[in-house]
Design a protein around this ligand. Structure first.
Ligand code: PSU
Length: 306
């Protein structure tokens, strides 16, 4: 895969697309997007169509999308349509890349599809405070024995990026995931609900630590986190839209049945409507944050993130 000739590779060795660079420089709203969902979440061409639709939702709501991936050893923030297509066609040939894999993929000139932890890392590096995805990783069932805990959770503990997701799949251990996020000092807020959502359904049986009702409220929390230099991330959990929760319930029942039959059952995440809804909320939060920063300081978000 060829790198975009128009993306400039900065001193940190990260290539930022001209559109993303310009938006950051003017303090505009930018939303980071991960690439594991494209390469490992669903097959081609459904993955390309979804990636393009999600980017379109971000744009329609006033923000610039920045899909993140490693191409030929170079981390890229913001992909051209050719790069996005190439990524989607390559699918699983792109290595699933979490934080621990970044150095190896870069050093070997490889192609990496970034997970939540790696996407957060690069988003923060270039000054993007908002990142939208479908679901994040968590503490696996029996995690107290296996110690199988996603690096997404430790990344949230140490990287000040706000992740908008539909919560955590009930295939994972949701109560322990919330405990672990608490230990890591991560602010967890449920959007327009009191309950932490479980990806395919609005309910998990777990109360979320905070409740937020608007993009502006989210922006204020992000601003406070930044102003105080807390250094930790924020998780905004947006429940699956009501009209899609019905089919989600059927999937949820299948998960519960499968969990009884096989402990390591896993399911590809491909609820497109849910990801698009997160993109809508995430773009609105990015716009609200950009407005808030401009109002409060009259300086662009970009400058404040340094
Ligand atoms: O429901 C899901 N959420 C998230 C993922 C992807 O998997 C990563 C977590 O992987 P692990 O559990 O290996 O840390 C996430 O960051 C995301 O990219 C997934 O496959 N399924």
């Amino acid at each position: 895969m060829s790198s975009s000739s128009s993306s400039s590779t900065g001193p940190m060795g990260v290539a930022v697309s001209p559109e993303v660079e310009a938006a950051l420089a003017r303090g505009g709203a930018v939303v980071a997007l991960e690439s594991t969902i494209i390469c490992h979440g669903m097959p081609y061409p459904k993955n390309l169509q979804t990636a393009m639709e999600v980017e379109a939702v971000v744009r329609e709501n006033g923000a610039v999308p920045a899909t993140i991936a490693i191409l030929n050893g170079v981390p890229h923030v913001g992909l051209s349509s050719e790069q996005l297509k190439s990524l989607a066609v390559s699918g699983r040939h792109f290595q699933k890349t979490a934080r621990r894999d970044i150095a190896h993929v870069v050093a070997s000139g490889g192609n990496g599809a970034t997970t939540v932890s790696a996407t957060m890392f690069f988003a923060h590096k270039v000054g993007i405070p908002i990142f939208v995805t479908g679901g994040i990783g968590g503490v696996h069932r029996n995690g107290e024995q296996t110690m199988d805990i996603s690096s997404d959770l430790t990344e949230l503990g140490k990287t000040p990026v706000t992740v908008i997701s539909a919560g955590v799949k009930s295939i994972l251990d949701i109560p322990r995931t919330l405990e672990y996020l608490e230990t890591q000092g991560v602010t967890v807020a449920a959007y327009k609900t009191n309950e932490f959502p479980a990806f395919f359904t609005e309910v998990s049986g777990c109360k979320a630590p905070c409740h937020v009702d608007s993009p502006e409220e989210c922006a204020k929390i992000i601003y406070a986190n930044k102003n105080l230099h807390l250094g930790s991330g924020i998780l905004i959990a947006v429940p699956i839209p009501k009209e899609h929760a019905a089919s989600g319930n059927a999937i949820e029942s299948a998960i519960q049945k499968a969990l009884k039959e096989a402990e390591n059952f896993s399911l590809a995440y491909s609820d497109i409507a849910l990801v698009k809804n997160n993109a809508l909320v995430g773009a609105k939060i990015a716009v609200a944050l950009s407005d808030l920063h401009k109002r409060v300081t009259n300086r662009p978000v970009f400058a404040l993130l340094r």
